[in-house]
Design a protein around this ligand. Structure first.
Ligand code: ZN
Ligand code: ZN
Length: 271
């Protein structure tokens, strides 16, 4: 075991030294645009071609470029006072003016703590919500959430990990299924029995759950308003509208009801 441990210690030393050396070399290649000689339009494409993952390549490049502006960043990394992963946390907020404070924080705090302090002082730098296709049927989802929500998610993940550990994706899927089952009119309609055609509500002002399901199903939970042959695409804020108004003898039947979005519903009643 002792020799294995010695090996590990030595390898980590080499690994960290290699990281900082690579950082320096990439910085030089960037400054003289040496990647062009190799036939690449950008440093990023060049670094990717070396076999580094997109993420790692991006980190090297942003840190190396920031070091041109704040040379102390590279020095602290080379002296192994700041790890590359901590450097990545401060790279977007580091300036020559605030460098003393943030280089010190990056040298002292564990990564999680550092992330918290940065997020607190620069909430505008916190994550923008994005979705991006990474393969035909895979999407990368990025969003910032509160610590309280993270705790809830972890709790659900624990509950969802019955036989095997559930991933965050599996946890979200279980939550989504449960939500839709409970709240999506289309899902509810699928489970309800088909409506007898001439069924009339006893109280015409009340639309029974039964009837509601039938309307949702027929109109596919989407506004039915048509304009120049095109149907409105709204699937939010939907009302059930009486085509022939109750005041003019219209009935509360499937045939006399239609889904309309709030906007088109108002339009129809105010013209
Ligand atoms: Zn109406
Ligand atoms: Zn509409």
């Amino acid at each position: 075991m002792k020799t294995l441990h010695e090996k590990a210690v030595a390898l980590v030393k080499t690994y960290l030294r290699t990281e900082t050396e690579l950082l320096s070399v990439l910085q030089e290649i960037d400054l003289c645009k040496g990647y062009r000689e190799q036939g690449f339009k950008s440093l990023f494409d060049y670094v990717r071609s070396l076999g580094l993952s997109e993420n790692v390549a991006y980190n090297f490049i942003t840190i190396s470029r920031k070091s041109v502006q704040v040379p102390a960043l590279k020095e602290r990394i080379q002296d192994q006072e700041i790890s590359l992963s901590n450097a990545k946390v401060i790279v977007s907020i580091l300036t020559p003016e605030n460098q003393d404070k943030w280089l010190q924080a990056a040298a002292q705090l564990p990564k999680r703590e550092l992330e918290k302090v940065v997020a607190k002082e620069f909430p505008e730098k916190s994550v923008k919500e994005t979705t991006r296709y990474v393969a035909e049927e895979r999407v990368e989802l990025k969003l910032g959430i509160s610590e309280a929500l993270l705790k809830k998610l972890k709790r659900i993940q624990d509950l969802e990990s019955k036989k095997a550990a559930a991933s965050l994706e599996q946890t979200l899927e279980a939550m989504a299924d449960l939500y839709l089952q409970k709240n999506d009119p289309l899902e509810k309609a699928k489970r309800s029995k088909p409506l007898a055609p001439a069924r009339v509500n006893k109280n015409p002002r009340v639309i029974s759950a039964y009837l509601n399901h039938a309307v949702q199903k027929r109109d596919q939970a989407q506004c039915t308003h048509q304009q120049e042959g095109k149907r409105c695409g709204e699937r939010r804020w939907l009302d059930i509208h009486h085509i022939k108004p109750l005041s003019k003898g219209g009935q509360t039947t499937l045939e006399n009801l239609a889904l309309l979005c709030k906007g088109h519903h108002q339009l129809l009643h105010h013209r």
